[in-house]
Write a protein that binds this ligand. Sequence first.
Ligand code: 3BY
Ligand code: FES
Length: 434
Amino acid sequence: MARAVNLTPKTGRRLTDSLPQDRVADHVRLLAERPTGFSLAAPFYTDPAFFTADMEGVFGRHWVFAGSIAELPDAGDYITVEYGPYSLIVLRTDDGGINALHNVCRHRGARVLTAPSGTTGNLVCQYHSWTYSPEGELIHASAPGEADFAPGCFNLKRAHAREVSGLIFVCLADEPPEDFDEVSAVFEPYLAPHDLSRTKVAFQQELVEEGNWKLVMENNRECYHCDGHPELACSLFPTWGLTDGIVPPHLADVWERNLSAELSLQQRCARYGLPYEVVEELDTRIAGIRISREPLDGEGESFSESGRRLSKKLLGDLRDFRLGRCSMHLQPNSWFHFLSDHVITFSAFPLEAGRTLVRTTWLVADDAVEGVDYDLETLTHTWKQTNLQDKAFVELCQQGTSSPAYEPGPYMKSEYQVEAFISWYVQRMQEHYA
Ligand code: 3BY
Ligand code: FES
């Protein structure tokens, strides 16, 4: 009997084949015509055909942040991640590896696992009980009168999965982009000291924003709107993204405080051998990245009102609470804050042209005890509020881009990372069409 033979490609048909060709031609044309430094034309945010093209050209080809190892600590643990038309099962295997399997039964296509997370042995489809191993092999498909049925031909399709410094990435392409190894080598030394293998999930929030995924990412890439984040501004310097010469007068003292906090943080980092330099390759690499370690305001320890620690247990082998925030932005869909006492991971999963799921996960040391070492409400307060404020900003933009009066507007100097994100997107789509 044939075993473990996948007869069909991993990703299957091209999504854009099913679109009216004039919509694809419009997408190609508007990408070419996009003026540098301006937001995108309305259909990029509102048109279902453009959304389909994004799912093929970005989410179907690039490494996407799916979750962290704290979400899958033991063999059999899984999460499901959904974006666009895709659903993936990401699970931890007996040998400690990570598998990503398309959550599409090879019998008649039913979703195999329906929970957002859980623990499983073999994977059993609820419809007619086709049963797959954690490797995705079809190991059982009993059907009346089918003695010669060759289950090995109908394994779950696989995607690529890899774990770097405790972060799990998936890629749907047959051939994933090659520069991810180089980018991993950049961020590993920054993240390793926080040791995600010794963390646990304290809380996870799922927020559906009524906005296109690119508006969610654009909003994340600037702090021009940070006046709208009073809780976050207690600890995160709202001068983020500014450079000398463009600091508005009302932020002059914050800017000075930020500079002196930066010097003292750099001395601490030097003492502990922690990298802090800014590495910014947001649109010059396929796996675009920005990473740095930057100071926090107040006590300089965590995202609290006073800047003081939110969990009493330090992460990994860290020996100091005043280590600011090691923050990372990755294209296309994630951002992270690694602090001495907790980590927050954020991922944006596009659902439809005008809807995006933002999943935020707070991780603390695995020996931290809720109610003793941290209070869950206090731990999550700043970013729960910030996420709600960001959701409202994204939704305002989505409403505006739907109006015939909308036309692309200019990005300001402090929004250079928004420009980098859009430039990354345009380049990737153009490569895809080429
Ligand atoms: O979370 C972030 O990475 C950025 C930093 C400041 C604005 N935005 C919330
Ligand atoms: Fe899964 Fe029939 S659709 S067993």
